[in-house]
Design a protein. Structure first.
Length: 740
């Protein structure tokens, strides 16, 4: 890092939303460009800049600043220029000269500590001196907050967000309780807050620190592993290891948080106590209650004449259902709630179509899925509009704020939700709140896939409870049986090796001996060989061929493959604008993915019925960069082929390249072609259900690249990381209360 002091000449560009600025400064005898998230600076001001020199492809040599410290002028001329620069609204050069003439070297002290003395300046009215004092205060607070936060290692963009959240009280709040950041601002973790706390001098065994760590560990367990609770002993161990304090001190704060209802404690006598964040505990309890309520208030059964309707559908579609598939259709007409689960090729889509055909005369059938891609695929296969769960519930821009809820339920006779393995416990609660008793609910999904990215194991727990009627499909349709993707997916699920390189099939394996060679081969397949083999040209290469990787790190991990594929598929050029966030460079045309739910990010789409505006882009949404505005420092991403969201620089932390996706992030998606490296990695990632999930994302072609030993390792590794959930138990308890 380099540091220098310089006089500001002017501002070329500034984004007031995130503080990103491009300024020119006088350094020595020449001019230089400084870019970064900076406090508001005016011509004539002096500041200290810390950062690194870079070479921009278009704009040349620039200083990328990570820390900016405005320096107060010390000479009378400097003070006069500073005040007259326009930094304080209402103070021009003439007024600045008069103020300095009145107070001399004490001018800045007067403005900061005794602004009422401005009345001593000749011609200064009461209203005007108050306005000047207020504007000066606002300016110095913004600057002081940024300098204070950055001095503790908080990035400039995060400093701006904290300043906007807390305003002039930012420094005071953080000095008093830096751990508030963990709760109040998404993206700020315990480690960041703890670093600030240590610098401020907060004791390692302080009660506030221990409480913050406990909340953090429970939330991290939910975010990282999907746990809705942690056993008390495990939470104690994790907290002691993180904080380096004794168990007694931690246990005391667990009890305090429970009394304050910041956490919930559960556990029968003789059982290990469970520690929950209240929102997860209440969400599981409510999901169980509402499912049982729907079953108890089931609409009249319609299965009496179902076989005639099924036969008619078979004749019209030219198909023949198996007895198990017929049972699924009859059960959907009979029960208030039904789960249909099964792997690829077992006819779930055809069954849904038949159910829709038979139920439509009885009332409205509403279709939904967790992601836009899954909803779109459901629309294509049924011919009926399917919406994301968020859109079905009329999401209104704030977390959990759905217009459709218990007070304003969905106006429909039946709800069919697909890809249910992706639904976490919080989203399931929101959906069930909007399904009125007396409405049919049909839940469809593949329980052998990876569970949801969010907390809970909703589909798995519902099936495990044995309370909700369920049909598991195992027979493979004849047409699907001709696909080696489908056959191999089922073989893997049964612990059998897939059939590799059978001629004339849709499943291929290419052997490589090391990760470096594997990565190069993956890039060659995506950029040249597969497009030529499948006749794919232009943008279709990005859309139709998807690389999936088990791990994020390593030579064949998501991060490295994204860099290699970006260079091959969307290389830099002088006429291609870019924006950077950390180590990632975003270019016009890039394939990108949202990595965190952002309930406030605005989007716009043009529809046949007119323009539509909304809010919310969600974890796992994939789109394409269609515009990069270097002047405004923004980029526009198009999702779902028609939904455009504009990202300011501060929003880029939630965006990543998507040429390669992790298998977890690919859930709910389907791609014509999937390419997957299989060259080793952590055993906890190389599991059977991860491998199965990856293969079932492919519709037409799978290409595995790597080592046969790794494939065998994944097939044989049937270890599934168990999530700490209690929904199955709660369902059984609720069912007993409802006498189900």
């Amino acid at each position: 890092m380099e540091r220098f002091e310089a006089n500001v000449l002017g501002t070329v560009y500034r984004n007031d939303e995130n503080g990103y600025s491009v300024i020119t400064v006088r350094l020595g005898r020449g001019e230089q460009t400084v870019v970064g998230t900076l406090p508001r600076l005016r011509p004539g001001e002096q500041a200290a800049f810390t950062g690194t020199w870079t070479e921009h492809a278009t704009y040349g040599r620039q200083f990328r600043c990570v820390l900016c410290e405005p320096l107060k002028p010390t000479t009378l001329l400097g003070i006069e220029r500073f005040l007259g620069s326009g930094i304080i609204k209402g103070v021009g050069q003439t007024t600045a000269k008069a103020i300095v003439a009145a107070f001399g070297e004490e001018t800045l002290t007067v403005l900061a500590e005794h602004p009422e003395r401005l009345q001593e300046v000749p011609g200064m009215g009461k209203k005007r001196w108050k306005q000047i004092a207020q504007n000066y205060q606002e300016t110095t607070v913004e600057r002081d907050t940024m300098i204070f936060l950055q001095s503790y290692g908080i990035p400039a963009t995060l400093s701006v967000r904290i300043g906007k959240l807390y305003g002039e009280r930012a420094a005071e709040i953080i000095r008093t309780d830096p751990y508030r950041l963990c709760q109040d601002l998404e993206g700020v973790g315990f480690v960041t807050a703890d670093r600030i706390a240590a610098a401020i001098g907060i004791a390692p065994d302080s009660e506030g620190r221990i409480r913050a760590a406990l909340r953090y560990l429970l939330q991290e367990a939910a975010n990282g592993a999907g746990h809705v609770y942690l056993p008390r002993e495990e939470l104690l161990r994790r907290a002691c290891a993180l904080l380096h304090v004794g168990e007694e001190a931690v246990d005391r704060q667990i009890q305090y948080l429970a009394i304050a209802r910041d956490i919930a404690l559960r556990g029968e006598a003789g059982e290990e106590e469970q520690v929950w964040l209240p929102r997860f505990e209440s969400a599981e309890r409510e999901v169980a209650q509402r499912l049982c309520e729907l079953m108890a208030a089931a609409p009249p059964a319609l299965d009496a004449g179902a076989d005639r309707g099924i036969d008619r559908f078979q004749r019209m579609e030219g198909i023949a259902f198996s007895e198990r598939q017929r049972e699924a259709i009859r059960s959907a007409l009979k029960h208030g709630v039904l789960v249909i689960t099964g792997g690829p090729g077992t006819g779930k889509t055809t069954i849904i179509n038949c159910i829709i055909r038979l139920l439509t005369p009885e009332g409205t059938v509403s279709l939904c899925a967790p992601t836009g891609r899954a909803a779109k695929r459901m629309t294509e296969t049924t011919g009926i509009e399917s919406r994301t769960i968020h859109r079905l519930l009329e999401y209104s821009g704030e977390e959990g704020a759905f217009a459709r809820n218990a007070e304003c339920p969905l106006e429909t006779s039946c709800v069919i939700v697909d890809e249910a393995s992706m639904i976490d416990v919080l989203l399931m609660r929101s959906l069930l709140r909007a399904v009125e008793p007396g409405t049919r609910l049909i839940i469809v999904g593949d329980s052998d896939q990876l569970p949801s990215v969010g907390p809970g194991n909703v589909l798995g727990d519902i099936l495990q409870s044995g309370v909700v009627p369920a049909v598991r499909l195992t027979d493979i349709f004849r047409q699907a049986g001709e696909s080696r993707i489908v056959v191999n997916a089922h073989r893997i699920n049964h612990g059998e090796m897939p059939i590799l390189n059978e001629k004339g099939t849709d499943f291929f394996f290419e052997r490589t001996e090391n990760p470096g060679r594997t990565a190069r081969q993956v890039v060659g397949l995506v950029t040249e060989r597969l497009p030529k083999f499948r006749g794919i040209e232009g943008p279709a290469r990005l859309r139709d061929i998807q690389v999936l990787a088990p791990a994020r790190k390593g030579e064949c991990g998501v991060m490295q493959l994204n860099m290699l594929l970006q260079e091959a598929l969307n290389p830099p050029s002088p006429d291609k604008p870019t924006l950077s966030w950390g180590e990632t460079v975003f270019r016009l045309g890039d394939k990108v993915m949202q990595t965190r739910n952002d309930y406030q990010l605005a989007w716009h789409r043009d529809t046949p019925h007119g323009p539509e505006d909304g809010q919310g882009v969600f974890n796992g949404d994939v789109g394409y960069v269609i515009d990069v505005d270097g002047e405004e420092h923004t980029l526009t991403v198009r999702f779902d082929e028609d939904k455009d969201a504009v990202y300011a620089s501060a929003d880029l932390e939630n965006l990543d390249l998507a040429y390669c996706l992790s298998v977890h992030k690919s859930q709910g998606s389907e791609f014509p072609t999937v390419v997957m490296p299989v060259c080793g990695g952590p055993p906890m990632l190389l599991t059977r259900n991860l491998f199965y999930t990856a293969l079932t994302r492919a519709r037409e072609l799978v290409v595995l690249v790597g080592r046969e030993e790794t494939i065998r390792q994944m097939v044989e590794n049937d270890h599934i990381l168990k999530r700490n959930t209690a929904l199955a138990e709660r369902l059984r308890q609720a069912a007993a209360l409802y006498s189900l």
